[in-house]
Design a protein around this ligand. Structure first.
Ligand SMILES: Cc1ncc(COP(=O)(O)O)c(C=O)c1O
Length: 374
């Protein structure tokens, strides 16, 4: 069976984890956390980053940092993971769902301005499948109305928009290093503070509302409670796994891109024959091979393809159930008709297996099988 996802773990990850266990500093911000930051600085020019316990936690921190209040409205795609919306729902803000583009499956930037009201506090964008949203347009709208943009770049570590790394395109970038992502630490994430003014408060929020980070840096001689916050910092054991992954960054990226490019090459003929559509990556976006989508004619075809591929030995999965029509979305009063493109695509997108353990032959087998099955 070709698994849907599988993280790539080597002796290097084992070696660094053992090092932490032996040096005995297992809590957050030990030896490996700053080493991870150095990797992100060298590779992407990121100066202010904080590791978190998850991508979800990074989004929650961003929601605290922009001081959301009861009744604030957030413009967000419905085609995303629950965490994007829970992060601000937990602070009392309300989602205003925006439809997606048919080509990139990202938020449709041409619809955003029509959704802005005097209650709009922010736009939460999602770089779905590691393809960046149209940030020149989105940031211009945000500037015009004086609202924030929070980039859910959970899937986009190592992707670029017009040469600029995802995660650095708005004041806040939120990465995930969950086991299913490109670079993993089991459960984990990171918040990128692209405006210096947010860094000090972010450190406090991450450390249960205390200035303990300042104590560790020798800036104060005792630490105490300053703000709201939570335990958003991950164990250094997990940071050690991520550090090894970052040292193997190019190897992991090239293996994933090899699978992605093999799919793209073989599935062209099925698209030309009108059997499926492939997601479009605009020329200004450099993607990270996070996942590969095909768009099938309808949900019946998708179900049959899933079953047939399983029988042939490859695990393919559906993507998001759109949030506005999921049980929680309905409970909040949203109607499936409010985002028609999201609704249509939610029922017919299929994700193919993609991970760094797959060989070219595996990818050829999956893509050839898809061509036969459709
Ligand atoms: C778009 C998006 N946002 C947020 C998350 C949450 O990340 P995590 O699982 O690290 O909390 C994910 C991960 O599945 C995601 O894909």
């Amino acid at each position: 069976m070709i698994r849907f996802t599988k993280s790539s773990i080597t002796e290097l990850e084992e070696q660094y984890v053992l090092d932490v266990l032996r040096n005995g500093i297992l809590s957050g911000d030990g030896k490996y956390t700053p080493l991870v930051y150095k990797q992100f600085e060298q590779r992407f020019g990121i100066k202010n980053m904080l590791l978190t316990t998850s991508g979800t936690a990074a989004l929650e921190m961003a929601s605290i940092l922009i001081d959301l209040c009861e009744g604030d409205e957030i413009i967000v795609p419905s085609f995303t993971f629950s965490s994007t919306v829970n992060a601000f729902l937990l602070r009392g803000a309300k989602p205003v769902f925006c439809d997606i583009r048919r080509d990139t499956l990202n938020i449709d930037e041409t619809l955003i301005e029509g959704l802005i009201t005097d209650k709009t506090k922010a736009i939460y964008t999602v770089d779905y499948s590691g393809v960046a949203c149209e940030y020149d347009v989105i940031n211009k709208i945000a500037d015009k109305y004086g609202i924030f943009v929070i980039e859910d770049s959970a899937q986009a570590v190592g992707s670029y928009y017009k040469g600029q790394p995802c995660g650095t395109l708005t004041p806040f970038g939120c990465y995930s290093f969950h086991e299913t992502k490109n670079y993993v630490m089991g459960e984990g994430g990171g918040i990128v503070l692209n405006e210096d003014r947010f860094f000090e408060r972010a450190e406090i929020i991450r450390e249960k509302g205390t200035n303990r980070s300042q104590l560790i840096r020798g800036m104060v001689d005792k630490y105490t409670w300053h703000d709201i916050g939570s335990s958003f910092l991950p164990s250094d054991i997990l940071a050690a796994v991520l550090y090894a992954q970052m040292e193997r960054f190019d190897e992991i990226m090239s293996k994933r891109l090899n699978v992605w490019n093999t799919y793209q090459r073989i599935l062209e003929s099925a698209e030309t024959a009108g059997k499926l559509k492939r997601q479009v990556v605009p020329p200004e976006c450099e993607h990270n091979g996070h996942l590969y989508n095909i768009i099938l004619p309808n949900s019946d075809v998708r179900n049959r393809v899933i079953d047939e591929m399983k029988a042939r030995g490859a695990a393919c999965h559906i993507c998001y159930v759109p949030l506005h029509s999921a049980p929680m979305g309905r409970k909040l009063g949203y109607e499936p008709s409010s985002c028609p493109v999201t609704e249509e695509y939610g029922s017919c997108i299929l994700r193919l297996p993609l991970h760094a353990n797959m060989t070219t032959e595996d990818a050829e087998f999956v893509a050839d099988s898809i061509c036969e099955v459709v």
